[in-house]
Design a protein around this ligand. Sequence first.
Ligand code: HDE
Length: 688
Amino acid sequence: MASRQDQFETHQQAGPKGERLTTNHGVTIADNQNELKAFNRGPVLLEDMIFREKLNHFDHERIPERIVHARGTGVHGYFELTDSLAEHTTARILTEVGERTEVFARFSTVAGGAGSVDTPRDVRGFAVKFYTKDGNWDIVGNNVPVFFIQDAIKFPDLVHSVKMEADRGFPQATAAHDTFWDFNSLMPEATHMLMWAMSDRTVPRSFRTMEGFGVHSFRLVNAAGKSVFVKYHWKPKLGLQSTVWDETVKIAGADNDYQRRDMYDSIKRGDFPEWELGVQLFDEETAAGFPFDHLDATKLIPEELVPVRIIGRMVLDRYPDNFFAETEQVAFCPSHILPGMDFSNDPLLQGRLFSYLDTQLKRLGSTNFHQLPPNRAKGREGGCPFRNFQRDGHMQMEVPKGRANYEPNSLSEAGEDGGPREDPETGFSSFREPAGEGVKSRLRPASFADHYSQARMFWRSMHEVEQSHIVSAFVFELSKCELDHIPQRMLANLRNVDESLAKRVAEGMNVDLPAASTPVAAPQDLDPSPALRIIGNMKETLEGRVVGLLIGEGSDVGTIGAVTAAIEAAGAHPYVVAQKIGGATLSNGEKRKADGQLAGTPSVLFDAVALILAADAAKELCGHAAAVQFVSDAFGHLKAIGHDEGARALIEKAGIEPDEGITAFGESFIAAAAKRFFDREAKVRAMP
Ligand code: HDE
């Protein structure tokens, strides 16, 4: 009978570093290939503790995914304060200019499951954990500054409505279905958020090109106990950039993981994603003068009303070593604030203060989730990340010493360690807010009644291109509803936002425009806020972007070199695509390997494209749909196309009418590649 060694001669007997494989209990394993059998070709024995331990651990690998924001990617980095808020807060992270604080950020979609795609039309989560000297601080925000609902008691209804429909288990990761629009059209307070959700904000090009918002008002509290309100803003260094819808849909097909890969690749290249942190600061008196209630999370404070003061920057520079241990197990809680900070009475925020702690217990299975590596208060001064008398529980990782597990105690009087004590000086204390008088009730404040003014303000603040995208998105989504009365109800609400918007959506669907619904509070005409636009807040820069170079047999080596150098000089990254992954033989007879194969690397993955082709190769590519689509999609997605003489045939085959975005190589290409050509849009698709 052959021994194990005879059969598996090639198996390594020790790891590359001489490590031995062991069980979880540290016993070295002799055979990791075969179950223990009673005899040759015989049954497996229950006593095989190595097999049972391995399978048992495997069977329990999955933990519940997040009920919302299940799909996400996390990154390590740091925050650096550039402007002190010492007059407003005692939190050191906001007062010590130049100090670097470790952070962990997680970006996510909201509706889809953990295995869904990265690029549906959806709000993106933007959660940051700061490991500060005063303990962990989490800003658990989104890339949209408002929310659907005013009161947390409606959150389960909202989430049920957007998730897969209960009976059929689809659609996944999209709001474009009956139940979402049914619920939201019945909740006029959602209208402002729906405008954002249908805008280009929810189809961001990259996590790196989106803003983040803390959404709610929080408080800062200074040493004298005085408080101001604060709203947090993240502004991307690369400016805002979104995709057009056709591009979004095609990205999902080309690369499920597009946005997390973009984050991973950019960090690997050293293009570290960066945001500025800004704050809007205002006091009670200023807030009282707003034409809306800032405690209502369906409202934003226009930057034109309260400017955003930039106080620091966040740089993300390290991908996690392990997705599960870090990104899956990181536990954000809006309740994680520091001494010198406090909450506001926003009822949505107040509900969140309960929900996140509760959810962590369910997902991570233990009240000791704070001991997991991504959650430990590791920035805390004094070595030990926490010191208290909470004890025991599942998966306790600490070994507390001594008898003191209660307080007060007098054990130190006998020379024993009596443990930590509260510190009224530096400890967290709540802002002494005068409590209002009133009646205990479930009423919604009257100041929350205006559901349309800011939705209208948002619409009127948009560039006309963005307005057409909003109309198209409403048409697309409402056209997916099977029940006709639902879009009708939504259209009735949209009439309160703007007549032309409602009319264009109805025309785009070829349905009747119903009578307007009756608003609880008459909408007001607020001043538009240009800060809300994407167009106008985009940066004409190639920095950090990716340009696809389509090459083929005989491509000119000099042109490839010059275009590559120009792209790199502009701070961008060239990515070579050829029909075959092995690449092509260039004009000098040398073979150039491709980074991507044409059929699997469409132009949707790039910010601009360069076609460097010999005439014969271009002609041959005219017979390949993937090549023709590479060009026609780049055009249709409003991107710059640089080309040499040889590539002309392919451009003609794609049926492209040259415009200023179609350039020869040189400076004009680099300048064009930093832009999107929105004027082209009317030529390529009918806009409702
Ligand atoms: Fe969340 N939300 N949320 N949310 N949320 C969760 O917590 C919840 C809301 C946000 O990357 C859950 O750990 C309630 C607003 C982000 O891990 C859960 C309400 C904003 C993430 C939860 C809201 C957010 C979550 C699910 C209404 C923007 C992902 C898993 C009162 C300011 C964090 C988890 C990460 C995750 C509850 C509304 C942002 C269930 C009850 C508003 C970025 O606890």
